[in-house]
Design a protein. Structure first.
Lengths: 305, 325
């Protein structure tokens, strides 16, 4: 592979240079408000670097945990918690951080579920509200409380629980992972791949999105033989070859690597792309750094199958 | 009638009054409806014509003073589906940006927070926006990932107390909603007010912003528009959409651009052009009580007159009642 060996480090160094008053990462360099998504992704991208900036970021992550065990979307947010809790748990687990914080985060995740799982809404979605095709018995995680399950938050929650409990899984964890996997397989687009939530709305098939498909496939590492997964991997591998957006391409590489698929062309494409593209979103920078490190076998989203 | 009966009856009436008070009180902070509103319907047959010249002439009667102001253009940039006319056309957005620059704006930004697609850069690239914005040096703000400000809602239709909204929206001096005129299978229509769903940040509320669906799409539209003011509307109805919008409908050329200094008047006019009765669209009817004018009597029509689409725009069965027929 012809990528210059310093490219992942270039992005890691850019992340190390970014700072906010609270210690987390903002989405953009000019912003001072630290958000949890770029913070978690930056910490995952930097976790092999023993740098004071990483320690500061980790402290921020631990300090922003809500009293109920969840994490907010950003520093100063309301304290009800949201989808980034899964990403925070996954990050702390990768960084071998405070297990009490992880356990509290997992407790919140296990209590959090898509609103369609409630018997009343199940009944509604089965009887009167049938325009969107899905099975409400198969539920996952919402973006925020009191809403439906969606593909990306469910995938991150399945990943977080699977990584934390690689072998011995308490029955509740096993139940939620199984339901989450079922939900993802239920919501797949008719041809393959995943959109934000459902595959069909008002009788019309929705087109898959690269990043949602890639993140769902990361969560479905344990289902490698499933035909939905293999078809979606084929779609992702093909579609990502023409992708010029760094974030989607980087997520695609992480998913292909996790499923031990060939991704040489995608990595080369990403390495070429970042030479000229102006990338200033820290979440994207971190995802690029992680994707390029797949070339040397590192992938923080890997799950034992 | 005994004294006791009168007292019991009075107590009952008082209790009933108190119980029904929340339903009788207005759900908005105050009436901000202008005395009259202005709407201009401009003929435009294609996106390749000189839209900047057309817009500049169309804007003149409005006497907009944007000198020294930060202008935020909010197009409808939902996703990219090859061959589908689902987004506000980038040529129209660029033309609008150039017009506001010529009118003396300090800064013109384009901002959007796509509702389903997390990779905003991908949508920008594939929809043709990225090239056009770069060529014309127009900055873009991803409203899904911007700094957020806690903003108390100025209406309470959803029951939410506040939303976290992007600094770029809250601090803009002049917000221009630039919708693509489309039917919508959940909301009936998506026009300048529904377009403001895009200012609600995905990083906080998700992709899509599902809390707004659970709280009621019509109610959410009213609360957002009561809180994040739209100062002007430039609606893309050159090629509109009918049927199963906002993504899977069919293109329907209307060959028009609609300009308005009032989003309620703009949406009411667009609804009429689509062959709908605006008062039957809940968020237009509700905002007409306090935010703007939907009544033809209160709208000064500039340029072309309103002509009702014949046949009316096709809609999903749930919204057949919108049609004037």
């Amino acid at each position: 592979m012809r990528i210059e060996s310093d490219v992942p480090y270039r992005f890691q160094n850019m992340l190390l240079e970014c700072d906010t008053p609270t210690g987390g990462w903002s989405f953009y360099p000019q912003d001072t408000q630290a958000h949890l998504e770029p913070t978690c992704l930056s910490l995952l991208a930097l976790h092999s670097r023993a740098e004071p900036r990483v320690v500061r970021g980790l402290e921020f992550l631990l300090h922003t945990q809500n009293p109920n065990g969840s994490w907010p979307a950003f520093a100063g947010d309301d304290q009800e918690g949201c989808w980034v809790t899964a990403l925070a748990v996954l990050t702390l687990n990768q960084l071998h951080a405070d297990s009490n914080a992880i356990d509290r985060g997992i407790g919140w995740l296990l209590d959090s579920r898509g609103k369609e799982s409630h018997w009343l809404w199940k009944w509604k979605f089965r009887t009167s509200d049938t325009h969107v095709r899905f099975d409400p018995d198969k539920f996952g995680w919402p973006w925020m409380p009191e809403t439906n399950s969606w593909v990306v938050p469910t995938s991150f929650a399945v990943l977080a629980l699977s990584q934390r409990f690689p072998l011995e899984r308490p029955s509740r964890v096993q139940f939620r992972i199984a339901r989450g996997v079922e939900m993802l397989l239920d919501r797949v687009c008719p041809d393959s791949g995943w959109n934000a939530g459902n595959g069909v709305a008002y009788g019309v098939p929705l087109a898959p999105h690269l990043d949602a498909t890639a993140i769902a496939l990361l969560a479905l590492r344990g289902q490698a033989q499933n035909s939905t997964v293999t078809k979606s991997l084929t779609w992702l591998a093909g579609r990502s070859l023409s992708c010029s957006a760094a974030s989607s391409l980087a997520w695609s590489i992480l998913a292909l690597h996790s499923h031990q698929q060939t991704m040489t062309c995608q990595i080369q494409r990403l390495a070429d792309l970042v030479k000229t593209a102006q990338i200033c979103d820290h979440a994207t920078m971190a995802t690029i750094a992680m994707a390029l490190e797949c070339a040397v076998g590192k992938n923080p989203f890997e799950v034992q199958s | 009638m005994t004294r006791r009966t009168v007292l019991a009856g009075s107590a009952g009436l008082a209790a009933g009054g108190i119980a029904s008070l929340p339903f009788l009180l207005p759900k908005y902070d105050k009436v901000r409806r202008p005395g009259r509103s202005r709407v201009a319907i401009l003929p435009a047959n294609s996106y390749s014509q000189n839209l900047e010249k057309l817009l500049m002439e169309g804007l003149r009667p409005f006497n907009l003073d944007v000198r020294g102001k930060r202008v935020l253009l909010k197009p409808n940039l939902v996703d990219y589906i090859p061959g589908a006319e689902i987004n506000t056309h980038p040529s129209l957005v660029v033309a609008a940006a150039e017009c506001f620059r010529r009118l003396g704006a300090l800064e013109v930004l384009v901002g959007e927070g796509p509702g389903h697609q997390r990779d905003t850069e991908l949508v920008l690239m594939e929809s043709g926006f990225a090239d056009q914005l770069r060529e014309h040096r127009i900055p873009f703000v991803d409203l899904n990932r911007h700094e957020l400000i806690k903003t108390k809602l100025r209406a309470t239709y959803t029951g939410l107390d506040h939303l976290w909204l992007p600094r770029a929206v809250i601090e803009a001096d002049f917000v221009v909603s630039m919708p693509k005129v489309k039917t919508h299978h959940w909301a009936g229509v998506t026009l300048s007010m529904k377009n403001m769903f895009g200012v609600v940040p995905g990083s906080r509320y998700g992709w899509p912003k599902n809390i707004l669906h659970w709280r009621g799409i019509q109610q959410s539209i009213v609360d957002i528009c009561a809180t994040a003011p739209i100062h002007f509307v430039i609606a893309d109805a050159i090629v509109a959409m009918e049927g199963n919008g906002p993504l899977a409908g069919t293109p329907r050329p209307l060959n028009r651009i609609i300009l308005a200094d009032d989003p309620v008047a703009a949406d009411a006019t667009c609804a009429r052009l689509m062959g709908f009765i605006p008062e039957r669209i809940p968020h237009i009817a509700e905002t007409a009580k306090f935010l703007g004018n939907a009544s033809l009597r209160l709208i000064d029509q500039l340029a072309q007159p309103v002509t009702v689409a014949d046949p009316p725009f096709r809609v999903v069965p749930e919204f057949q009642y919108l049609s004037a027929r």
